[in-house]
Design a protein around this ligand. Structure first.
Ligand code: PGA
Length: 246
């Protein structure tokens, strides 16, 4: 079952999830354990990343024990491309924190052997001990990561084709829709469901319909976010506008 938590605004939601992350890091590092975070890109997690950066700067929270795995990357974009997710993460989070560079993982948009690299990505997540907390956004197509419909519950990290709705929505970052890549590498639904805890963030009226579908519809590949209903510890953090249709 999906738990929902309503917040007065996205900043409050970001603070709550950042606190959850900070507590997890502190608890695990006390017993010498690393904390494995699954991270997302897009506009939704930006207030969360700003809050984590604030905790680092103002409260000295250390991220040295953190290992990260990002959900996805555009195919064809290298790490320095302005619209690559690697660059997005560097600018909005990693360069402001003290996560060791070798602990940061993002699928390689320039991969020449996607099948092998995706299998290696899965293996790296397993070798790190699995994801403790996965951060998610949700696309209007019902995608989590870039698992566009139809994505079955058992799909793994792989190469995918982006939905035209997603390409249009994400064109705000590219200037024009034609520039948005057609493909991506993404963690699979099964990969995401293996995370021990999931925090999905959704804000604003444009997400109200898909949030309601994800929570209420019978799980199916047609709306990949519905697979989250099977997860034992998944919370949707919403503002009032995104929760409007519940
Ligand atoms: P957004 O994207 O945060 O830019 O709305 C969410 C997503 O596509 O997962």
């Amino acid at each position: 079952m999906i738990a929902t938590r309503l917040h007065p605004d996205k900043q409050s939601a970001a603070q709550a999830v950042a606190r959850e992350i900070a507590e997890l890091i502190e608890l695990r590092s006390k017993s010498g354990k690393s904390t494995v975070l699954g991270l997302a890109t897009g506009s939704t997690p930006l207030p969360l990343y700003a809050e984590l950066v604030r905790l680092r700067r103002e409260q000295g929270l250390s991220f040295r024990s953190v290992v990260t795995f990002n959900l996805d990357e555009y195919e064809g974009l290298g790490p320095t491309h302005p619209q690559s997710y690697r660059r997005f993460m560097e600018e909005n989070l990693f360069r402001h924190l003290d996560i060791p560079a070798t602990s940061i993982h993002i699928p390689d948009g320039l991969s020449r052997d996607a099948a092998k690299d995706c299998a290696d990505y899965e293996a790296a997540i397993r070798a790190a001990g699995g994801i403790d907390l996965q951060i998610l956004g949700i696309g209007r197509t019902g995608h989590v990561g870039f698992n566009e419909p139809p994505s079955p519950a058992d799909c793994r990290t792989r190469r995918v084709h982006l939905d035209e709705v997603t390409r249009r929505d994400n064109s705000v970052f590219f200037g024009e829709p034609g520039q948005v890549p057609h493909g991506a590498l993404t963690m699979g639904v099964a990969t995401i469901l293996e995370a021990r805890r999931i925090a999905l963030l959704a804000f604003g009226e444009a997400k109200a319909d898909i949030v309601a579908r994800a929570i209420k519809e019978t799980p199916s590949a047609a709306c990949p976010a519905t697979w989250l209903q099977a997860h034992p510890a998944c919370t949707f953090h919403l503002d009032a506008a995104a929760a409007k249709k519940l």
